[in-house]
Write a protein that binds this ligand. Structure first.
Ligand code: ATP
Ligand code: MG
Length: 210
């Protein structure tokens, strides 16, 4: 069954496109068939994948969201949806069909509030009886930050699923963005973090029967 992962946070710049692209590339590396839907009018993800010279990332299929109906009928192992993050009807439609909503969060008040909005919006958008899971991923983190563990704990106490993997603040993420590459084979530490996060996402889905 196709697994649909939607990347959402109302806060701009939280890392939705960065994590979407790199997890897509890692899934391909794990021999999964992957389609990315770019639902952001800026179309940066579509542009990133279409113009990549990265041999792994070039194996990711990429479509505009207007083709969603058609894509859902195709058989992919994974469909990843990169969103603009506005709380609108379009996002509600994506959330409803998701196997998992992945919410990248920087360690900032606005990002944490932004993920709270996604949680509330998901509750409102999903049909009765649906229980679509959310996973918050702390991104762009200085791992020596004193408040990292405090924020994780606070989120968990509030009932939020938080990935054990945190993604570091690394220049290579911006470099690969500019050069339209994934971090795979580009930076070992970043690649390892994306592998760990992808494996955690797969376990998370498996634990929920997906
Ligand atoms: N872990 C990281 N370390 C360093 N830079 C990062 C990291 N994650 C993302 N960035 C950089 O932060 C910027 C914003 O990231 P990205 O475009 O992925 O966010 P977004 O949530 O998709 O933003 P938007 O809401 O505008 O679509 C980019 O320049 C990206 O290269
Ligand atoms: Mg984006």
């Amino acid at each position: 069954m196709t697994k649909i992962v939607t990347f959402a946070n109302v806060k701009g710049g939280s890392g939705k496109s960065t994590l979407c692209i790199n997890i897509a590339a890692m899934l391909v590396k794990l021999e999964q068939s992957v389609c990315v839907i770019d639902a952001d009018p800026q179309q940066s993800t579509l542009d990133w994948i279409k113009n990549t010279k990265d041999p792994v990332l070039s194996l990711v299929n990429c479509h505009e969201f207007s083709h969603l109906d058609k894509i859902c009928k195709l058989v992919y192992d994974f469909v990843l949806i990169d969103t603009q993050g506005s709380l609108n009807k379009e996002l509600a439609n994506f959330l409803k069909i998701s196997s998992l909503v992945l919410v990248p969060c920087r360690i900032s008040r606005d990002d944490i509030v932004g993920q709270g909005w996604v949680q509330m919006f998901l509750k409102k958008s999903q049909d009765v009886g649906q229980n679509i899971p959310i996973l918050a991923v702390l991104n762009g983190v200085n791992k020596r930050s004193h408040i990292l563990s405090h924020i994780k704990q606070q989120l968990r106490e509030d009932g939020t699923n938080v990935a054990g993997t945190t993604v570091s603040q690394r220049v290579c993420f911006s470099e690969t963005n500019v050069n339209k590459m994934s971090v795979i084979s580009y930076n070992k530490v970043a690649e390892d973090e994306i592998r760990e996060l992808t494996s955690e996402v797969l376990d998370f889905l498996r634990d929920r029967g997906q």
